[in-house]
Design a protein. Structure first.
Length: 116
């Protein structure tokens, strides 16, 4: 009986942790978008972009609960996350080239892209 209870608790914790993980990654991404927009130099922008990319890649790997296990919708979600990742990589490249203003312009489009 204790073994069954332990297994059930472990399963519930795993599912809850996974759902919380997606929420946490989305929260982190939103925070990093603000830091990208407020970066005063290329180094700060690059650090915020790197942090954003870590969170975005984790979120891309985990199916949100809102998709109810639908693999087709999850593939679409992953594609959308890849578009966001690509945009941040583009912005990071612009910042590294010394074009912080254009990098921030790309970041301005992220909220729209993220919602899509």
């Amino acid at each position: 009986m204790k073994k069954i209870l332990f297994t059930l608790l472990l399963s519930a914790f795993s599912v809850g942790a996974m759902a919380q993980g997606v929420s946490m990654e989305m929260f982190q991404m939103n925070r990093q978008i603000n830091q990208l927009a407020q970066a005063s130099d290329a180094a700060a922008f690059k650090q915020a972009a790197d942090d954003f990319l870590v969170a975005a890649k984790k979120a891309q790997e985990t199916m949100p609960n809102s998709l109810d296990g639908d693999q087709e919708r999850f593939k679409g979600n992953q594609k959308g996350m890849q578009d966001v990742i690509d945009a941040v990589n583009q912005a990071k490249q612009l910042a590294e080239q010394g074009n912080l203003a254009n990098a921030k312009d790309v970041v301005q489009q992220l909220n729209k892209l993220k919602k899509t």
